[in-house]
Design a protein around this ligand. Sequence first.
Ligand SMILES: Cc1cc2nc3c(=O)[nH]c(=O)nc-3n(C[C@H](O)[C@H](O)[C@H](O)COP(=O)(O)OP(=O)(O)OC[C@H]3O[C@@H](n4cnc5c(N)ncnc54)[C@H](O)[C@@H]3O)c2cc1C
Length: 116
Amino acid sequence: MRFTLQLLCRNMPPVKKVFDYLVIGGGSGGLASARRAAEFGVNVGIIEHGKWGGTCVNVGCVPKKIMFNTAMHAEMIRDHKDFGFNVEFKNFSWGVLDYIKSTFYIAVETELFMMT
Ligand SMILES: Cc1cc2nc3c(=O)[nH]c(=O)nc-3n(C[C@H](O)[C@H](O)[C@H](O)COP(=O)(O)OP(=O)(O)OC[C@H]3O[C@@H](n4cnc5c(N)ncnc54)[C@H](O)[C@@H]3O)c2cc1C
């Protein structure tokens, strides 16, 4: 095994070093790790095969919290009159939720841009 590895390394063409630190996965963990490394002035690369932000931004914490807060508002609007408010519920726009989610995504992209 060790001999095979040595043989493989010997036969490899010379590789030009591009990054000091390479992160696989641009999710919360990968981005935090890349950000920390960049603070030390090293040249950092991130490989991401999906959307920047990973699970949390795209399908986890962020959409969950948006939905949770939306549901909380709906419940409070429903109960307002019990506390003396005269608020009339007119309509609800799902598009606003997409807009809120996209601002989180833009924040991730902006952060990536600022790291480069
Ligand atoms: C519904 C839900 C709600 C959540 N709510 C919360 C919350 O409120 N608070 C909280 O703290 N946590 C929450 N979490 C957990 C949180 O999302 C995860 O802990 C966090 O996303 C983990 O980050 P990560 O970087 O380790 O992985 P991920 O965010 O999953 O990122 C991994 C990234 O690596 C990429 N990748 C994988 N393999 C490769 C490859 N071979 N090459 C290139 N790229 C690759 C993926 O595309 C992905 O973008 C929630 C999770 C879910 C599912």
